[in-house]
Design a protein around this ligand. Structure first.
Ligand code: ADP
Length: 888
């Protein structure tokens, strides 16, 4: 039994609560046995000893019950109830009360409660134990006669000694045990982590070797298939099959590439290898790839290149290409009609840094808001009817995002479902050569890929292909046939070194992974070959050991260029053309093609734009100065729905009301219009911060927030303010952005600022719509009967009535001004905003004079309320808004 119990306590396959319970029971039993012995030795009487013996037996039965039935909570409850509510209090009264070791035993009870329970039960038993201890103490203090004292002083000392030692030991054992378990857990987690790391490594190795193995046969399939495709007079069915084979093998290849990259990223082995690169070359390569795909689908493919891009940049060209290619591939894949636009630009962002920006815009199916959050998750494809039949793994965007982040860049997406998407990437690059690229001079052309046509012919050129795989050698040789170069083959590094002693080659294509002597070793020996004829011949690495970071590796090893398998004939020819001596090139066909780039005046987007709703009540010049864009509300009347600012103003509205129209209310624009509004703002700014009025008062916040989900860089904030209070927030936001703060910092700062804005509105004639501010019936009645004019203020993102003004308008307005400016010391006197809603010129002047009499503001900004504000406040309303020094 003991063996079994210790086995269970130590067993890591048992749950920790079960093990702790068992241990607590064992330790508890020992403790109780100890008390039992003490009671016998100190002669505390038969009642106590018998009681303890019964308690001990119950404890043992409970332990066995718990072990057998696994009902730990029930068993624990019985144990705690017996020990804390019966054994300890009874022992306390019968065993000497406060003048004994009895109080110490309660500590044991507390420990069991803490160890065994959680949630509600924990609190119940904790309170119960405290109550039991309190009750025992109270009885001892109130009725000392009931307490059976220990017979001698010696007995008291002994009892306290034993109780403290036993409880101390029990506590120590439990803590020690927990520590041991914890240490073992830490060791286990560490061992697991090592194992996972090893697993990751072997997974990564597996992927790269699998990728190598799969590439070799794909190379043969694609290569030989290409030879068939080059045939001019193929029967229709054969031609169709060949094209299908080509498409399928390309898809397979991109899948392998994605898996390989993903495994590298996940195992932390993905490296960014920067180098200098020619921007125009990079762009032509990318666009050539996609031009034809877009044409095939009947899409308008527009490429706009900023004039200010430096001709040479410093960065990881391969990765940047990969990012752009992924975005373009998706844009073309998910667009059935319309256009795909690639916009490349950027701006100098430091002494030697250029912030390269790439925008891929399409008029395709767009992305639903609910899918935006998981867009960049690996293996997550967006479910939907439209994309059901489109091939993909769901890896592209995840890889793209991680690559961009590895290069310290950012990626975001704006998309409106059914209308299209815009992916925008910004990556900092070094400037390797100052100046601007000029495509016209460099003659960048779109390669016209109609039927296959060789890029060049060089019958005198001698090329050596070194590869241990027969099929690969054959494919490469066949792919070069139409260039008429003289291609020899060698099946090992050793053969290559033999042949290069005999014959001079103008270029060598060298496989990397070969048995005995690999490509790198062969290259080293070739360079040092004393009697070799090819010591200076350009050697091109030819390898299935792909992965987009390999190029830098091979260049480092001394190769002059790198070609990944499966070999693409166009690339093979281009690299050979660049490597062979010019005088051997008999015909060069590469200059065929047409210009496809439009250089464009770099559209310098402003870094941020503040937008808000028309009820912000700010003067025109302040909006302009701070580049604040306004989204109009609608004013709904029985004559129709009018857009604030464009179609109606407060004066028009007043005329309507004077005609008896009372059913007027304002309504924020629908979500679709907010989407359009944000889309327009983003064509001018990189990021938008939209401020909405109090969310408890208007649905504008919810609508704007919902629209913002279509974009990655539109932030919507509840300003917690109305009217010019919200306008002040917008002005402050612009100020903060200008000081160089990031959007999170600005929002944070604005939250504090909102609490320092004091906004009061005197509303003498609350229109019917005003009732929506939840004004209770009684004040509303009183207001009407006694002509009381409420003063509204903002609080916790809602509106509250601060007080009522009584009397005639002139009088109430005076009272109002005095009320607003009562706490002079807390007012920031830099500026006060006064917003009038259809007041007479005399009223206005009077109010302004009163303000000036009370506080010496440096500036008073006077503004006429918008129709939206008017529709809520009615005529003769005045708002006084200013910043306070401290939160109020
Ligand atoms: P894949 O295209 O292989 O499914 P990605 O990671 O590239 O995987 O994209 C993930 C999902 O994002 C796609 O399934 C698609 O629904 C959506 N998506 C990506 N780009 C676009 C786009 N330009 N237009 C619409 N949806 C897109």
């Amino acid at each position: 039994m003991i063996k079994r119990i210790t086995g269970l306590i130590n067993s890591s396959s048992e749950t920790l609560p079960r093990r702790m319970f068992l241990l607590s029971c064992i330790v508890g039993s020992i403790a109780m046995f100890a008390v039992f012995m003490v009671s016998l030795l100190s002669g505390q009487g038969i009642v106590i000893s018998a009681g303890l013996a019964v308690g001990l037996i119950i404890l043992i039965i409970v332990t066995i019950f718990a072990l057998k039935t696994d009902k730990l909570t029930l068993a624990g409850s019985i144990m705690v109830l017996i020990s804390c509510c019966v054994v300890c209090p009874v022992g306390y009264i019968l065993g000497g009360g406060a003048y004994s070791g009895a109080p110490v035993w309660f500590i044991l009870g507390f420990m069991f409660v803490f160890i065994l329970f959680k949630g509600a039960l924990f609190w119940i038993y904790l309170v119960l134990t405290i109550a039991a201890f309190a009750a025992a103490t109270w009885v001892g203090a109130r009725y000392p006669d009931l307490v059976v004292p220990l017979p001698t002083d010696y007995g008291i000392y002994l009892d306290t000694f034993i109780a403290t030692t036993v409880v101390g030991m029990v506590a120590g054992i439990l803590i020690k045990f927990q520590n041991i378990v914890l240490e073992r857990e830490i060791d286990r987690v560490e061992a697991q982590r090592d194992e996972i790391e090893k697993l990751n490594e072997s997974q990564s190795n597996f992927f790269s070797s699998m990728s190598h193995e799969i590439r070799t046969p794909i190379n043969t399939i694609i290569g030989l298939n290409e030879m068939t495709l080059r045939e001019k007079k193929l029967p229709e069915e054969v031609a169709e099959n060949t094209v299908n084979i080509q498409n399928a093998s390309r898809l397979l290849l991109s899948l392998i590439n994605d898996l390989l990259d993903m495994s590298k990223i996940q195992s932390g082995n993905m490296e960014i290898t920067p180098g200098e690169y020619d921007t125009s070359d990079m762009l032509s390569e990318i666009t050539n790839l996609h031009w034809n795909k877009a044409m095939e689908k009947g899409l308008h493919f527009d490429i706009q290149v900023g004039e200010n891009i430096p001709p040479m940049l410093y960065g990881d060209e391969t990765r940047i290409k990969q990012v752009i290619i992924n975005l373009l591939t998706n844009a073309i894949k998910y667009t059935e009609e319309g256009y795909v636009t690639l916009r490349i630009g950027g701006e100098t962002s430091g002494p030697d840094t250029f912030m390269l920006s790439v925008e891929v815009e399409d008029s395709g199916m767009g992305i639903k808001k609910e899918n935006m959050d998981s867009l960049f998750d690996a293996f997550r494809r967006v479910e939907g009817e439209e994309s059901k039949n489109i091939e993909g793994t769901g890896l592209g965007l995840s890889i793209t995002k991680q690559l961009v982040e590895l290069m310290n860049g950012t990626i975001n997406v704006n998309s409106i479902y059914t209308k299209g998407s815009t992916f925008r990437v910004e990556i900092p690059q070094g400037i390797a050569k100052e100046g601007n690229i000029s495509f016209a001079e460099r003659g960048i052309k779109r390669a016209v890929i109609e039927d296959y046509h060789q890029s060049f012919e060089a019958p005198e050129a001698k090329v050596l292909i070194v590869d241990d795989n027969d099929l690969n050698r054959m494919v490469c040789q066949k792919l070069l046939r139409s260039t008429r170069v003289q291609a020899d083959t060698a099946e090992s590094g050793k053969d290559c070194l033999e042949m290069t002693k005999e014959k001079h080659y103008d270029a060598i294509l060298m496989d990397h992974e070969m048995p005995q002597m690999d490509g790198i070793e062969t290259l080293r020996k070739l360079r040092r070959q004393s009697d070799g004829l090819c010591k200076d011949t350009p050697v091109i690495a030819l390898t299935a050991n792909a992965g987009s970071d390999r190029e830098a590796f091979y260049i480092d090893q001394g190769f002059s260029a790198y070609l990944a398998k499966p070999i693409q004939s166009r690339q093979l020819e281009n690299i050979l053309l660049a490597s062979l001596p010019k005088d051997l090139i008999e015909r060069d066909y590469t200059d065929r093609g047409e210009e496809i780039f439009h250089t464009y005046e770099a559209v310098h987007k402003i870094p941020f734009m503040i937008t808000t709703d028309s009820i912000c009540d700010l003067p025109e010049d302040m909006l302009r100065e701070n580049e604040i864009r306004i989204m109009p509300y609608y004013i709904v009347t029985k004559y129709g729905r009018f857009r604030d600012l464009d179609e109606i103003d407060a004066d028009n509205l007043q005329q309507l009301i004077s005609k008896g129209e009372q059913e007027i209310h304002s309504d924020p624009a629908p979500i679709a219009e907010y989407e359009e509004f944000f889309g327009d703002a983003l064509s001018e700014a990189r990021m938008v911060l939209h401020l909405s009025s109090c969310k408890k008062v208007s649905s504008a916040y919810d609508r704007a927030l919902s629209a913002s989900r279509s974009f990655g860089n539109v932030y919507v904030m509840d300003s917690g303010q109305m009217s010019t209070g919200m306008g002040m927030m917008a002005v402050k936001a612009a100020e903060l952005f200008r000081s160089g703060m990031r959007v999170e910092e600005v929002i944070n700062e604005l939250e504090g600022y909102s609490k320092r804005i004091k906004l009061n509105f005197l509303v003498p004639y609350l229109l019917k719509s005003g009732t929506k501010y939840n004004m209770p019936l009684l004040p509303r009645l009183l207001m009407n009967v006694f002509n009381m004019e409420p003063v509204f203020s903002t609080k916790n993102s809602g509106l509250v009535i601060r007080r009522f003004m009584l009397g005639y308008i002139r009088n109430t307005q005076d009272q109002f001004v005095r009320y607003c400016l009562a706490h002079k010391n807390n007012i920031n006197t830099k500026r006060v905003y006064v917003t009038f809603s259809c007041c007479t010129p005399e009223q206005r002047q009077h109010i302004l004079d009163e303000i000036q009499k009370l506080v010496d503001f440096e500036e008073i900004v006077v503004h006429k309320a918008s129709a939206a504000t008017y529709s809520n406040c009615g005529s003769n309303s005045v708002g006084i808004i200013y910043e306070t020094e401290e939160e109020f």
